[in-house]
Design a protein around this ligand. Structure first.
Ligand SMILES: NC(=O)c1ccc[n+]([C@@H]2O[C@H](COP(=O)([O-])OP(=O)(O)OC[C@H]3O[C@@H](n4cnc5c(N)ncnc54)[C@H](OP(=O)(O)O)[C@@H]3O)[C@@H](O)[C@H]2O)c1
Length: 325
């Protein structure tokens, strides 16, 4: 039964990819790109690809040693001698610090053309297990840590009538999941922020892209895994693990062609289409494809939800049985 929906969906997805008229992607050669979280994982991969495409790149993170290591690595990918690769050690969740540092770095490297917010982190757990300090840390880095850099730069983008903003959310920005209560709430908040911001800046020739990476093989993901309840681990394992280079390339290409959502792979396409709601669209072809798929995909989503709920139920019963023993 499911195959009846999945097959046409796959065909529509492939047709849409083949026949959509992509907007010509903007070039970043000679432009200044700032990547928060640029010392590790997805952010570092974004910085490497930007260097390969001839951009001036500034990476932002807190740990100075990791920044220095990443800087040396990114410099190897530069394609000309004029390129400036710079690092800034600052906490993105501190508005005054991030604003001052972005001002200083513009004086040294030049006007920022693209801001890629990748700084973020996940801690998993059941609601009752979170400490107040962990909740604050997650909200600070995952929401304020993207809101503040944007707030610091958006007036300049508006004055210059150009700019590209990327916010890195997650698939759990579209659907909640066992163990992700705080992280998922922060990433949902980024979606609301991205949709509002998109409407505010569109007439200034500024684009906003919301990246929705699936599980990605990064140092951050390794740390996150250590905090996952067994239910979260089992549900996560039903999806695959992608490389940060793949997420970074897709994120850059989508942002440079002005797409609102950036996702990797067929499963992410299904989830994004299901949750498209009132989000901005790039073309009417995209809207028509989504309108056709939404109904049948709701049935597919019911299958996924039931299988996730089964995992949670099984774990619950096992726990209860252990208690009785
Ligand atoms: N990996 C995944 O499976 C996955 C999936 C979906 C979404 N994401 C999202 O993608 C983004 C990147 O994830 P990742 O897995 O590549 O993480 P990662 O490897 O842990 O890298 C995180 C980067 O952010 C920096 N950072 C963290 N807190 C910061 C702060 N307060 N101020 C400044 N910099 C800070 C880190 O450096 P310092 O610690 O030195 O500051 C590091 O450079 C995150 O927003 C994450 O939520 C990841």
């Amino acid at each position: 039964m499911l195959i009846l929906f999945i097959l046409p969906t796959l065909l529509l997805f492939l047709a849409w990819k083949k026949f959509k008229q992509p907007k010509p992607a903007k070039s970043i050669a000679g432009r200044h790109i700032v990547v928060t979280g640029g010392s590790s994982g997805i952010g570092k991969s974004v910085a490497v690809i930007a260097a390969q495409r001839g951009a001036h790149v500034t990476i932002i993170a807190r740990n100075v040693d990791k920044l220095e290591e990443a800087l040396i690595e990114i410099k190897k990918y530069c394609v000309n001698e004029e390129q400036m690769i710079t690092k800034v050690s600052v906490d993105v969740a501190n508005f005054e610090d991030i604003e001052n540092n972005l001002c200083e770095i513009e004086e040294i490297v030049g006007p920022i053309y693209m801001l890629v917010n990748c700084a973020g982190m996940a801690i998993c757990g059941r609601v009752e297990d979170f400490t107040k300090q962990q909740v604050k840390q997650l909200v600070d880095v995952n929401f304020l840590g993207s809101f503040y850099p944007v707030k610091a730069i958006v007036s300049k983008f508006k004055q210059r009538k150009e700019g590209i903003i990327v916010l890195t959310a997650s698939q759990v920005a579209l659907t909640g999941m066992y163990g992700y209560s705080v992280y998922s709430a922060c990433k949902f908040a980024l979606r609301g922020f991205a949709e509002s911001l998109h409407m505010e800046v569109k007439n200034y020739n500024i684009s906003v892209t919301l990246a929705l990476p699936p599980d990605t093989d990064t140092p951050g993901f390794e740390i996150e895994n250590k905090t996952k309840p067994v239910e979260t681990k089992l549900i996560s394992e039903t999806g695959g693990l992608v490389k940060p280079e793949e997420v970074a390339k897709t994120l850059l290409d989508d942002a440079l062609s002005g797409k609102f959502f950036s996702y990797v792979g067929f499963e992410s396409y299904i989830l994004t289409t299901l949750c498209v709601g009132m989000s901005p669209f790039a073309s009417f072809l995209e809207v028509i494809t989504q309108a056709v798929l939404l109904g049948p995909l709701r049935l597919v989503s019911a299958f996924y939800i039931m299988s996730f709920q089964n995992i949670v139920k099984k774990c619950h019963l096992e726990r209860e049985n252990k208690k009785e023993d």
